[in-house]
Design a protein around this ligand. Structure first.
Ligand code: NAI
Length: 385
């Protein structure tokens, strides 16, 4: 397969998520980093791009310049990653999708449900790929949990417990740090801070693993740092489409919690437990049985898990490898799209615009519910009701 051309917007020097994208997109040699608009500061972005090996004429100062420069090139970028702050995602994703580019957008996909619906419809109309980076769905054992639920190992899923809690925004003295500030500024972050930043990863994972989507939810939002207008802690109860209940906690003031993305799934015939900080082990307890540890890399777990296991059993699995699985899926999907063939069915599980849309609907529903002392509200986007 010929290498695909890849471009990135945002993710400049010193950004949190830029390096993870560069490492993961480059890992399999499927993508050639060909063009970028990396930084809000044009000169800084151009200079950094050149240190990363991008040719001078494709190290653009901003995304509009990049769109104009790329759209008519014969070797234009096959995939554009959007790794800018949330408020810019919609405008950039829309502009590139309209020109027929495939896009991987950071989460949350947009600031409003209406924008997310517009993007879902636009990508459908254009026939382009619009993926959303719920990158933790790339872990081998997350894909195995999904496969175990889908093949019926747990029976009917009754209960899901999902958490994403960290303690890195707990210091009031650090509230002015530019990397932290935008996350709690409604103009830049949107209607929600912590739920939109981290909670939606937990919600996406609950849906991804269980195969059930949020239908109604009740939320309680809190601001542990009172100067924040947006929440830094949230607890949600969610009624899922297949009848399961999901209990979801997210926090950025949980001092001592690191990157606490944890999931437990309880069915009629057994329970599963997985934590991102210990991604190589999945704990499985069958009804009336003993707890078993399923190790990543053990042979023949499931085709989905086997495809996503890149290092032999026992080796630590880094977070960029999970992102790399999203890129690998996209390379296969784009290549299949380009050559008019069917994509490998094990490669179609990357999160899509529809997942971005569901998240947006859940964010707005959660904010609505929290304002009304946790009343149950519809969590589904209007077009899916
Ligand atoms: P950051 O503040 O560390 O970096 C943002 C970068 O974007 C900077 O290099 C900045 O100069 C650049 N930028 C800002 N506006 C721009 C524009 N208009 N054009 C080009 N570049 C621009 O932010 P961070 O933490 O890297 O987050 C970026 C996005 O990634 C957010 O949407 C965030 O929610 C998401 N994210 C996703 C994660 C995941 O696990 N999927 C983890 C962390 C962040």
């Amino acid at each position: 397969m010929a290498r695909l051309n890849w471009g990135m917007i945002g993710g400049g020097e010193g950004s949190q998520i830029g390096p993870a994208h560069r490492i993961s997109a480059g890992l399999d040699g499927k993508f050639n980093f060909a063009a970028s608009a990396l930084d809000i500061d044009a000169a800084k972005g151009k200079a950094f791009a050149q240190t990363l090996g991008i040719e001078g004429d494709r190290a653009y100062g901003d995304w509009r310049e990049m769109l104009a420069g790329e759209k008519d090139r014969a070797d234009r970028v096959d995939l554009v990653t959007i790794a800018t702050p949330n408020s810019t995602h919609f405008e950039i994703a829309k502009a590139f999708t309209e020109e027929g580019f495939h896009v991987l957008c950071e989460k949350p996909m947009t600031m409003t449900v209406a924008e997310a619906e517009e993007l879902v419809k636009l990508a459908e109309a254009k026939g382009t790929i619009l993926a959303v980076n719920y990158g933790y769905s790339g872990y081998s054992l997350v894909r195995h949990m999904r496969a175990m639920v889908a093949r019926g190992d747990l029976g009917k899923v009754r209960l899901i417990k999902a958490e994403f809690a960290h303690g890195f925004h707990a210091d009031e003295a650090d509230a002015d740090n530019p990397r932290v500030r935008w996350r709690y500024d409604p103009d830049l972050a949107g209607v929600s801070a912590q739920f939109a930043d981290c909670g939606i990863h937990a919600l996406h994972m609950a849906s991804y693993v269980s195969g059930q989507e949020a239908e109604t939810l009740s939320a309680d939002f809190a601001s542990g740092i009172p100067s924040r207008t947006l929440e830094d802690d949230a607890m949600l109860n969610i009624k899922m489409s297949g009848g399961a209940r999901c209990r979801l906690w997210t926090s950025s003031i949980a001092i001592g919690r690191m990157h606490g993305l944890n999931i437990q799934v309880f069915g009629e015939r057994g329970g599963l437990r997985w934590a991102q900080e210990q991604p190589n082990q999945l704990f499985w307890t069958p009804l009336n049985g003993r707890t078993e540890i399923i190790e990543r890399g053990a042979g023949n777990l499931s085709p989905e898990a086997d495809r996503a296991s890149r290092v032999t059993i026992g080796h630590a699995e880094g977070m960029p490898l999970a992102f790399a699985n999203i890129y690998l899926d996209l390379a296969e999907a784009i290549s299949a799209h380009k050559h008019g063939r069917t994509a490998d069915s094990a490669a179609t599980q990357y999160p899509k615009a529809i997942d971005g849309l569901r998240s947006m609907a859940a964010i707005v529903a959660a904010v609505d519910s929290a304002k009304q002392q946790g009343v149950w509200v519809d969590a589904r986007p209007p077009m899916l009701r």
